[in-house]
Design a protein around this ligand. Structure first.
Ligand code: ADP
Ligand code: XUL
Length: 514
């Protein structure tokens, strides 16, 4: 049985086809927007040099990419064999459509490109995406209207955030009230692409929907107060909300005729890229935590209940496999580790060797390793805080500095994610720095949990293909995880340090931040 997962990402649109019985990936294709669609002048997937923090993309580019993607995939795979489809999109981005959308999307002709047929449905020619930071004033207005950011966070799972869709919608309404009035439907990237594939207006899922500052995470439905605080008449312009395990349509005749899909192929609701990655990493059940050690560090996990971060730094999204998930970003990730490494002229081997020469908890030497303003927690440091011996505080102890940087980062992740009330059985590591066992060992020691490295490439698309198989073909997620999401052999690390090793350091770290 084959299923298709689509990943409508920032720089590219990708597809992965899995064979659920053989446990294998059978086809992949990807269209890079900058390379394949240079006419949109978006080399990295967005229109450069936006004013006032605006970062937009042309939604017609996403449609052209979908056409190209399926044509490319058809060369590798008989699309009539695909038994179920789902997908995911970059979170927060929004598409604005007039009332011709509903009919047009239901009557697409295979003889014309998608973009040509749907461009007249756009009530806004470009789409703000997650990199947009233009809505500071709108965030404040929304928060003030409902009684403060604590209220926004308790209701929607996040404080009002510039890139989130609600503040973006408010800015559009304020800047262009006529175009807002002419908007009959606002979609997320995920629900827009899903609608096109279904040939019908599709709902938004609770995973991606929670990235809008509009969805109530207790009821998982649009929050009337947040809608009213954002823009007038907004409730009528949004599609419905449904959980991740929902079938929302069948592949439209356009795709059957043009690419040879089987008529009636079911489509599972699309979700956001991060919720999809939770599934693709094999971490959709509580107990498994994922830490991605990339340019910045990102932490996400399925949550046992629904609580919002009382400090307003983390996010709660719906978990496409049921329940909820958390996500928290740490700005000072790999770039901070590199700053410390480069300061002493170390390469990664010497950086790693430093951990063998220093003990866990570093004899009390401590670093708050924030080289640039951090968002978890919100601290405006431009240089780290060091505490310990005089030599250490003056950056004369290279090996202790390497360890202190990583220990500070991991302690910070642990403190900042306590609100999620997780009981880690295993922590999956991914991202560039996850190959470093010294860093992985610190994570095992601080969290007192087993750590494993997972090198699932393309976990977003894989998660979508797994969700389609789970929802439409009754494949158990646990079987899919066993086949597609295995940790690297030999990558398991367990805690070496005693459980209380870090108690003192954690206390001192908290004291440093006041
Ligand atoms: P992103 O996807 O965010 O661009 P990656 O997940 O590819 O980033 O991670 C890249 C980072 O991995 C680099 O910035 C580098 O700091 C880090 N990295 C690479 N090799 C190592 C290593 N051996 N030890 C620690 N960090 C490493
Ligand atoms: C999450 C976020 C990004 C986007 C694009 O809040 O803004 O991760 O989903 O990947």
């Amino acid at each position: 049985m084959l299923t298709l997962g689509i990943d409508a990402s920032t720089q590219s649109c990708s597809a992965i086809v899995i064979d659920t019985e053989a446990g294998k990936v059978v086809a992949e294709a990807s269209i890079n927007f900058g390379e394949r669609l240079p006419e949109y002048k978006a080399p990295q997937g967005f229109i450069p040099n936006g004013a006032d923090g605006e970062v937009h993309a042309d939604p017609r580019m996403w449609l052209d990419a979908l056409d190209l993607l399926l044509a490319a995939l058809k060369d590798h795979c008989d699309l009539s064999k695909i038994a179920a489809i789902s997908g995911a999109g970059q979170q927060h981005g929004s598409v604005y459509l007039n009332d011709s959308w509903f009919e047009t999307v239901g009557s697409l002709s295979p003889s014309l490109p998608l973009s040509t047929q749907l461009e007249s449905c756009l009530s806004r020619s470009s789409s703000p995406i997650w990199m947009d930071s233009s809505t500071g004033a709108e965030c404040q207005e929304i928060a003030a209207a409902v009684g403060g950011n604590e209220v926004v966070c308790a209701k929607s799972g996040s404080v009002a955030i510039e890139r989130f869709t609600g503040p973006q919608i408010r800015r559009f309404y304020q800047q262009n009230p006529d175009a807002y009035a002419a908007t009959a439907r606002i979609h997320l990237v995920s629900s827009f692409i899903c609608s096109v594939l279904c040939g019908a207006d599709a709902p938004i899922d609770t995973g991606d929907g929670a990235g809008m500052n509009l969805l109530n995470i207790q009821s998982w439905s649009w929050d009337d107060e947040l809608l009213a605080a954002t823009a007038p008449g907004l409730g009528d312009k949004l599609p419905g909300v449904q959980p991740g395990q929902s079938t929302v349509g069948q592949i439209a005749p356009f795709f059957v005729e043009k690419f040879g899909f089987a008529a009636g192929t079911p489509i599972t609701i699309f979700t956001g890229d991060n919720p999809s990655s939770l599934v693709g990493m094999g971490a959709s059940k509580p107990g498994k935590l994922v830490i991605s050690l990339g340019t910045s560090d990102t932490f996400f996990a399925a949550m046992p209940g629904v609580v919002a971060d009382p400090n307003g730094c983390g996010h709660v999204f719906g978990n496409p496999a049921g329940g909820s998930m958390s996500l928290q970003c740490f700005v000072n990730g790999s770039l901070a580790r590199e700053e410390v490494k480069d300061r002493f002229g170390y390469d990664w081997d010497r950086f790693t060797a430093a951990f063998a020469k220093t003990p866990p908890a570093n004899d009390g030497k401590l670093m708050v390793p924030f080289f640039r303003p951090e968002i978890s927690p919100r601290v405006d440091l431009k240089a780290p805080i060091l505490q310990g011996t005089e030599a250490f505080e003056n950056w004369h102890e290279a090996d202790a500095a390497m360890r202190a940087c990583v220990e500070g980062q991991v302690i910070n992740i642990k403190r900042c994610t306590e609100w999620m009330q997780l009981k880690p059985e295993v922590i999956y590591l991914t991202g560039g720095a996850s190959q470093n066992d010294a860093i992985a060992q610190v994570i095992a020691d601080v969290f007192q949990a087993k750590v494993q490295r997972l090198t699932v490439s393309g976990s977003v698309g894989l998660g979508a293909a797994m969700r389609a198989a789970n929802n439409s073909l009754d494949c158990a997620l646990s079987d899919l995880e066993a086949a597609f999401c295995q940790p690297e052999p030999g990558s398991t690390l367990t805690p070496c340090a005693a459980a209380n090793t870090y108690d003192e350091l954690i206390k001192n770290f908290s004291a440093c931040l006041g």
